[in-house]
Design a protein around this ligand. Structure first.
Ligand SMILES: [Zn+2]
Length: 113
């Protein structure tokens, strides 16, 4: 499961940062999950609950937010919302489009004490 590896690296990043800031405990973690990232919210939630046990994040509240995707057309510069599996520009039908949002999973913020 791809989410397990993903969550492990997120936990590592938060732990490192929290320790650098002298925190003993992380109480809240908010994640943004791109809808094209391939990560499922339920799987992320499950992984968070299981992998944080015994870490600085144990018992923290988790918030997983889905971020919608956006594409930009390189031909007519329009921004649009893709409807996978189609990433064609709805304005000029060009296939020269790039995904500008919705692919990443990242830490929005966290709180600790
Ligand atoms: Zn276009």
């Amino acid at each position: 499961m791809h989410e397990l590896a993903l969550v492990s690296s997120l936990i590592e990043a938060v732990t490192e940062d929290a320790e650098r800031r002298g925190l003993k405990k992380v109480t809240y973690l908010s994640l943004s999950v791109g809808e094209l990232s391939g990560a499922g919210v339920d799987s992320l939630d499950f992984a968070l609950r299981h992998l944080t046990s015994g870490t600085i994040l144990e018992g923290a509240d988790f918030n997983v937010k889905v971020a919608s995707s956006l594409c930009e057309c390189k031909k007519c510069q329009q921004i649009f919302k893709p409807l996978p599996p189609f990433f064609l520009c709805p304005f000029c039908r060009s296939g020269q489009t790039v995904i500008t949002a919705g692919r990443q999973v990242y830490i929005e913020f966290y709180e600790g004490e």
